[in-house]
Design a protein around this ligand. Structure first.
Ligand code: FAD
Ligand code: UDP
Length: 370
């Protein structure tokens, strides 16, 4: 007899399992249909002994001290500042667009102050930016939008930026200084021994039973449990009764090269060329020393594992129906990127799962992680 059946061993499920078991003595069964824990953050060593992220590059960054402190119980960290270059007009430029991007692309020598005026002269007046086109064109104008954003977005989502909510491209800021980091969060770190090791430590409590390679529907009837925490796709849980929620998928193609370093940055984005969006060289992220290096190419596709909810009004409308149904489904709690159909980073999912535990136990968030 378990207190909780948790579906999915990614961040959402694992954080809930750990807190309920270790913090509150609950007996937890956590089940995942994949052959491993960690969800999309899972990493493993490839045949050459290089640490790779099986579901694409995962860089941890957060402004939340709570989330950082909580995860620090299960891992030591390696400081890591992520940098990305974009291939545009045959050259590599810093992205997010910054002072160097503009100066090099146009052969200018503007100061930060002048760049502000330059952006203002290019930007289109959009009083209420609603779409992913609005948000960029409203900041830097149409030309930079077309060089850096339009085609990348069309490739990644199979939608024009004008068909996607502003939040998608708004993830990537625009800067007038020379800061070329992808993120500016307070905490930017990578788990020193990898994500999988961190998840192993989270789930190693005696009150937690892990079952892998198993769809929860195949065991649900044989298991006695109090309540369920569900972290899979919400539309699937309800047998698609309001129609399918679109999730964008990717194919990951890995490559190992027999040389220590391959490309000049952790990630190179290819907005305008090739069928893939970006190439990641894992050694930058992991800090691993090795004679060879491992890369992953990301090819966006419609079919396959659900990786990204697609933020646009009609999908939000459909999700609302599922959300309302989820809210009145007794004994089942929905949490995580797929179950709440939110384009969340890892830290946001950890925070969301801690909030759920807080609700389930009646403890304040602060008490929960103390
Ligand atoms: P998931 O990790 O998807 O876990 C859900 C689990 O549920 C899966 O393991 C699945 O197998 C299981 N499951 C589903 N249905 C069933 C079922 N019926 N029975 C049993 N098990 C089931 N975030 C960052 O912060 N930084 C990054 O750099 C970053 N990069 C990313 C890159 C890519 C390519 C992608 C796709 C995402 C990235 N993210 C990043 C986001 C991050 O992956 C998510 O925020 C986080 O992993 C979501 O955790 P989750 O537990 O909600 O979902
Ligand atoms: N984007 C873009 N060009 C870039 C980088 C990002 O057009 O060089 C857009 C694209 O729509 C992408 C979104 O901004 O899906 C968010 O980018 P991010 O790097 O945050 O994507 P993720 O890491 O979540 O895949």
């Amino acid at each position: 007899m378990y207190d909780y059946l948790i579906v999915g061993a990614g961040f959402a499920g694992s954080v809930a399992a750990e807190r309920l078991a270790a913090g509150f003595g609950k007996r937890v069964l956590i089940v995942d249909k994949r052959p491993h824990i960690g969800g999309n953050a899972y990493d493993e060593y490839d045949d050459q002994g290089l640490l790779i992220h099986k579901y694409g590059p995962h860089i941890f960054h957060t402004n939340s001290k709570d989330v950082f402190d909580y995860l620090s119980r299960f891992t030591a960290w390696r400081p890591y500042q992520h940098r990305v270059l974009a291939s545009v007009d045959g050259q590599l430029f810093p992205i997010p667009i910054n002072l160097d991007t503009v100066n090099r692309l146009y052969g200018l020598s503007l100061t930060s102050f002048e760049l502000e005026a330059w952006f203002a002269s290019k930007a289109e007046a959009i009083p209420e930016p609603r779409t992913s086109e609005d948000v960029i064109v409203g900041k830097v104008g149409r030309e930079l939008y077309e060089k850096f954003f339009r085609n990348y977005t069309r490739k990644q989502w199979a939608l024009d930026p004008s068909e996607l909510d502003a939040q998608v491209t708004a993830r990537v800021p625009v800067r007038t200084n020379r800061d070329d980091r992808y993120f500016t969060d307070t905490y930017q770190v990578m788990p020193r021994q990898g994500y999988t090791r961190m998840f192993q430590r989270m789930l190693s409590h005696p009150n937690i039973t892990i079952v892998l390679n198993t769809d929860y529907r195949d065991i649900q009837r044989e298991v006695q449990y109090g309540e369920m925490i569900y972290t899979g796709p919400v539309d699937e849980y309800f047998d698609y009764r309001f129609g399918r929620l679109p999730y964008r998928s990717l194919e990951f193609r890995f490559e190992t090269i027999r040389q220590p370093v391959y490309q000049p940055a952790a990630v190179i984005n290819y907005p305008n060329e090739y069928p893939y969006t970006r190439v990641t060289e894992f050694k930058y992220l992991t800090g691993q020393e090795h004679g060879s290096t491992s890369l992953v190419y990301e090819y966006p596709q419609a079919e396959g594992d659900p990786y990204y909810p697609v933020p646009r009004p009609e999908n939000a409308e459909r999700y609302k129906h599922y959300e309302a149904l989820a809210a009145v489904t007794p004994g089942v709690h929905f949490v995580g990127r797929l179950a709440t159909y939110k384009y969340y980073n890892m830290d946001q999912v950890v925070a969301q799962s801690l909030s759920l535990c807080s609700k389930l136990t009646g403890k304040r968030r602060q008490e929960l992680v103390e």
